[in-house]
Design a protein around this ligand. Structure first.
Ligand code: P71
Length: 459
């Protein structure tokens, strides 16, 4: 039996990528302040920084660009996209946004009925947490403990801890909860899925306390495929039907369309049936994103997104997508490299607490592995750990993240299994000389979101 399944597409356009020498990479990385965010993408051979906006569009999507209606108001492309969002969600209202954080910026402050409210999520993604805090609220994560036990199998490591959820609601008081955000899949700890059973239970708890339910569904289609393949009773259900059930458990859907929308830029705000909230969102979108029928997107981009959202429901596409991630995870696991297991939907998360156990958290073990991987083979990954987490705003001490991950994020429909073999070989080579890895410290540390622009040096 083949170790992998073949691509459900053939290649019509190619983009050349460049291999570099070790000496060149050493020079590039030094100039980048040992922070791969500062590398030029043309000096990267295989770019696994993110799956956000980095995928390949189909011929159907490129064709759709040509028929975009760029009218300021009432664009035909808006109505096409609205129809697709309604078809997938069964919600009544839709407003476009330029990307996920634009959708968050419009919606989250509207849910603040008073000061000092809190949002509860399985795990808030970084930008979501930032917008919760900018809205004057606090963000509490409530994922199951199994999520942090990287070595042990659990089919749905993105699940809410239901007991903890009830506890937090009682402790804070339901009137102080601005919303419950279900992040599907749970990006921050591995692209881990949330089960339908768990979403159903969270929804029932929220309803009992009269709390607004939000789906942060950047990767909802990948979550739906995990439900189909891992949850009892869904084996014969199609992805659209599974999606309908998933969306039935929320009142609001926010989406970075740069992921399962299969486009390079775009965002979605959808509201189930609250007409008053829709009107308020329409009012707020105008000054921040744009007129409510474009919300920061060009007409052609709305066309491409309408097609992309349809293509993302295709099971051959989803099966291949998740199989690519599974394949890379299997190769690393077979070589003894510690990873978040099972792998999730969009990336392999390498557990660098174990990989570089001799480097303390405030010398950024995962960042050290990320740099070594770039030097090894020109592969760019991203740190998800204490480097990204930052400092305590009060004490100014470095915060210790519960996880130190190197995320190998797979763009959609972009790389082949041969590329993944290059990645696996390089990670394994770095693992075999892991005791030579050295920690890092700051040459320059910006006050906020430091990981984007910091400059580092080896200790
Ligand atoms: C990812 C990203 C993009 C990213 C963001 C910040 C730093 C580096 C990379 C974005 C998400 C996401 C979820 C679950 C909302 C957003 C924001 N993820 N929710 O994983 O994963 O969407 O980027 O379109 O504004 O690399 P946006």
């Amino acid at each position: 039996m083949a170790k992998y399944i073949a691509e459900p597409y053939r290649i019509k356009v190619v983009e050349m990528i460049k291999q570099t020498t070790y000496e060149e990479r050493l020079d590039y990385l030094k100039n980048a302040g040992y922070n791969p965010f500062a590398l030029r993408s043309e000096d990267v051979y295989i770019d696994l920084l993110t799956d956000s906006g980095t995928g390949a569009m189909s011929d159907q999507q490129w064709g759709a660009l040509m028929v975009g209606d760029e009218a300021y108001a009432g664009s035909r492309s808006y109505y096409k996209l609205e129809a697709m969002v309604k078809k997938i969600t069964n919600y009544r209202y839709f407003i476009p946004a330029h990307q996920g954080r634009g959708a968050e910026h419009v919606m989250l402050p509207l849910l603040m009925k008073k000061d000092n409210m809190v949002f509860i999520s399985n795990m808030h993604f970084d930008t979501t947490r930032a917008h919760v805090e900018l809205a004057g609220a606090r963000a509490i994560d409530c994922v199951i403990d199994a999520c942090f036990d990287t070595a042990t199998y659990h089919p749905f490591k993105g699940n809410f801890d239901l007991e903890k959820l009830e506890q937090i609601i009682i402790e804070k008081g339901p009137e102080n909860i601005a919303g419950i955000i279900m992040t599907v899949t749970n990006n921050s700890a591995g692209g881990q899925p949330v089960s339908m059973e768990n979403l159903r239970a969270v929804s029932a708890i929220a309803d009992r306390h009269n709390i607004t339910k939000i789906i942060d569904g950047a990767r909802y289609a990948e979550n739906a495929y995990f439900v189909k393949s891992r949850e009892q009773g869904y084996q014969d259900t199609d992805i659209l039907t599974i999606s309908h059930e998933l969306f039935s458990f929320a009142d609001i859907f926010l989406m970075s369309a740069k992921k399962d929308g299969l486009v390079n830029m775009g965002g979605v705000i959808a509201i189930k049936d609250d007409t008053e909230l829709f009107k308020r969102a329409q009012t707020r979108v105008v000054p921040y994103e744009g007129f409510p029928t474009y919300g920061g997107m060009s007409g052609r981009d709305m066309e491409a997104l309408a097609v992309g959202m349809f293509e993302a429901l295709d099971e051959h596409y989803l099966k291949h997508r998740l199989d690519q991630v599974r394949y890379l995870g299997d190769r690393l696991k077979a070589a003894g490299v510690p990873i978040q297991f099972p792998v999730g939907g969009h990336a392999v998360f390498v557990d660098c607490k174990k990989f570089a156990a001799h480097i303390p958290f405030d010398q950024f073990p995962a960042q050290s592995v990320v740099n070594a991987l770039y030097l090894e083979a020109g592969v760019r990954a991203v740190e998800i750990g204490s480097f990204l987490l930052g400092r305590d705003p009060d004490t100014h001490e470095n915060l210790e993240s519960p996880v130190e991950f190197m995320r190998l994020t797979i763009p959609r429909r972009t790389y082949t299994y041969a590329h993944l073999d290059v990645v696996a070989d390089a990670v394994i080579a770095v693992y075999q000389k892991r005791d030579k890895l050295v920690g890092l410290t700051f040459d320059y540390e910006p006050p906020v979101l430091r990981h984007f622009t910091a400059r580092l040096r080896y200790l």
